[in-house]
Every structure is written in C-alpha cells, then in structure tokens.
Design a protein around this ligand. Structure first.
Ligand SMILES: [Zn+2]
Length: 254
C-alpha cells in the first residue's frame, strides 16, 4: 500500500504535513528535517500532525520505516506532562536506524500542554490516561490527580491518539510513564512485555489496571495486539539507559 493510498484509507486521521499547507499527506512530501536522501530507498522519516491539544498545540507523530509495510507499532513518549523522560527515549529512536520489516510510529508528546505546564493532566485538568473508553468511570473533579473527564474521549488529545490507533491498528504499542522503573504486564501478550523487560532492564510487574486507561482500551479494542506501560525511572535517563530503552523498543517492535 502506498503512502497516498494509506492516507486515503484513513479518513479519520488528518495526516496533515507540518511543513506545508496541504491537507492530506502526500507521499511526495519532503520535510526538510525528514527528507529521504536516496529516492530509490523506500524508507521514510515522516512527521505529520494528528491533532491539536486543548490550547491548540500541534500533536505530531513521526513515521519511521517503509510506509508500504502493513505491520506497524506505536510508541507514545509522554501522556502525563510531569513524566517527560519518554520523550528523550523516542527522540533517540527517531535518530536511530530505520526499521525495514515494520513501520514504527512515534507520538513524542500526546500531552503538550501538560508538558509545558509540568502537570500530569491536560489543560482541561483531565488525566488523559483515565479518559479512554474501556471501563471509563467518572473519577474525581477537574485537577484531581485522576480526574477522568466528563465522558470517554472528551479530550482532543485522547481523541487524536484513538483515531491514529484505530487507523494503524498497531501490533505493539508502548506507553511511557515515570517513575516506577518497571515494565507493566498490562494485559496484552505477556511474552512481549517480558521480552521488553529483559531487554530494557526494567523488571516486569503487574500494576493496577485503572478504568479508562489507554493500554487497557487498546488491548480490548484490538484483540491480538499488545499495548503496555513502561514506567521509566525518576529523572532524565543517562545516555546509556536511553540507548538501552530505544534498542528494546526497536527489538520488540520489529
Ligand atoms: Zn503516568
């Protein structure tokens, strides 16, 4: 499937290019920072806007690898704005070798407003990881640590992620959090989660499965896929750890 065909097949996802005013993504698009250098090489580093935050910040995704490849995986760097370490991991991934047997999608920051304000929640003071439809419940009030919002997918950030996920149907999704330093056995294929734990050095644990969490929703909505939470340690990981985490993602997502 070509990139253009794929875009046409994803009517719910506005694959708008960051660097141009056109609507749908066109395969011929060359972003200055993500251009293919060899026109014979089908692999891409391509950046697209998948939505906007409450305050209008673009939520961008990067596609790495062969756009014709149907096998895709997804990594989300930041969903809680006060847990930013995953952003450094995904940026390391973006600079690394391009996958050939699969496409790797990266959302660096699903919660750019929270990241700018150093808050867990988005600008509506909603915990985005309680705002997904799987077993959603009304939890807390605006600003409470786990306020789940007025209804499932009430927030533009969670809607952007769900649209991309339902369009891509990623085989594996990694959601980065902090600061517990474990790999959560989140309800997908535990062999994949345990493999990531072994490769990353973040030991496997079964954490609480909260209502409305993104990983639980994905594991229920896309049977056969595996979405799991990776809790990075507190603070900014040293370069050696960043490389280890990035390599672990590459290996399980390949
Ligand atoms: Zn978190």
């Amino acid at each position: 499937m070509t990139g253009v065909t794929r875009s046409a097949a994803l009517p719910l996802v506005a694959l708008a290019c960051i660097g141009c005013a056109h609507g749908l993504h066109q395969r011929s698009f060359r972003h200055a920072a993500y251009a293919r250098t060899d026109s014979a090489d089908p692999l891409v580093r391509k950046r697209v806007v998948i939505g906007r935050s409450v305050l209008g910040r673009p939520i961008t995704a990067v596609e790495l690898g062969d756009p014709d490849e149907r096998r895709s995986s997804l990594v989300v760097g930041v969903i809680h704005g006060d847990e930013p370490a995953g952003r450094a991991v995904v940026r390391r991934l973006e600079r690394g070798p391009l996958p050939r047997a699969a496409t790797l999608w990266i959302i660096e920051e699903l919660n750019p407003d929270g990241l700018a304000r150093h808050t867990r929640q988005n600008a509506h003071r909603v915990d985005l990881n309680r705002n997904f439809p799987r077993r959603w419940q009304p939890l807390g009030r605006p600003g409470d640590q786990q306020y789940s919002g007025p209804r499932p997918l009430s927030e533009p950030e969670s809607r952007a992620a769900s649209r991309l996920i339902l369009a891509l149907r990623p085989r594996i999704t990694v959601w980065f959090h902090q600061p517990l330093a474990v790999t959560d056995i989140s309800g997908g294929d535990a062999r994949i989660e345990r493999r990531f734990a072994a490769l990353s050095g973040l030991p496997p644990r079964r954490l609480t499965r909260y209502p409305g969490s993104a990983a639980s929703w994905e594991n229920h909505r896309l049977p056969g896929s595996t979405a799991f939470v990776v809790e990075l340690p507190r603070g900014r990981p040293p370069a050696s750890a960043l490389e280890r985490y990035a390599r672990a993602v590459r290996q399980v997502a390949a």
